[in-house]
Design a protein around this ligand. Structure first.
Ligand code: URA
Length: 239
């Protein structure tokens, strides 16, 4: 790979900024000063910019606690996206959210530039479980649990896989419930439509888990961190 691409991919700067760093004579590879942006480097070469070592990492994986009010998209002309919440030094090329949460949904969202990883987690035949916590307008009861468990049919005819509904609390007086729902698909507005089909409404929705990965409760809404290598492995092996 060319040294300018290597440095741009590692977010040292734009191609133009990187060319300037090279021109200024502060980039070296294995102790040799670089004098052309075309120089080829390998991932295990020692690349330095000034006194800073720049290690090559092809893929980046972030776990975000998504806040309300931002889109799970890579860009939007008018609205803020989850990528806008990343610090400038973390805005690596080709990052994208792993699937979508609605604008008003909060909680666990993965962001990566590893397309294969994303595909493995989202492919319909992988059935990776996702657990959501929801506040519901309406009283969910055993009949709702059964409806979800046998695989619902939505208003437009979409047939869903069985889902698990756990009722955490019911408030009959105020006609509300707190629940946890486990689904293995990711259809558009799936949980909202499931409750809608049962005559209820989702008021709050938060994703708690994806496969074996749990939302990191040390992250406030809008905060994120890199996944550990162990967490990446666990997700790669998710059923
Ligand atoms: N189901 C929904 O309805 N919305 C989400 O954001 C995720 C699952």
């Amino acid at each position: 790979m060319r040294i300018d691409k290597y440095l741009a991919n590692m977010n040292v700067g734009s191609r133009k900024q990187v060319h300037k760093l090279i021109k200024d004579g502060i980039v070296s590879v294995n102790g040799q000063m670089v004098n052309t942006p075309k120089m080829q480097v390998a991932p295990d070469d020692e690349v330095m910019v000034g006194q800073e070592k720049v290690s090559y990492k092809q893929y980046h994986y972030f776990l975000m606690n998504k806040p309300k009010g931002v889109l799970s998209a890579t860009e939007d002309l008018h609205q803020k996206t989850v990528l806008d919440l990343l610090d400038a030094q973390d805005r690596y090329q080709k990052l994208a959210p792993v699937g979508r949460l609605d604008k008003d949904t909060t909680g666990l969202l993965l962001i990566t530039n590893d397309g294969q990883f994303t595909h493995n987690l989202l492919a319909p035949n992988k059935h990776v479980d996702k657990v959501y916590r929801a506040s519901i307008a309406g009283v969910a009861d055993e009949s709702t649990v059964e409806e979800f468990a046998k695989g619902m049919q939505l208003g437009d005819g979409t047939k869903l896989k069985p889902a698990k509904l756990k009722i955490l609390s019911q408030d009959k007086k105020n006609d509300t419930s707190e629940v946890e729902v486990t689904i293995s698909e990711g259809k558009y507005h799936q949980i909202k439509r499931m409750f809608g089909a049962s005559g209820m409404k989702v008021v709050e929705l938060e994703r708690l888990t994806m496969g074996d990965l749990k939302l990191d409760l040390n992250l406030k809404r809008g905060q994120y961190r890199e996944l550990t290598d162990q967490e990446v492995k666990v997700l790669e092996n998710s059923k």
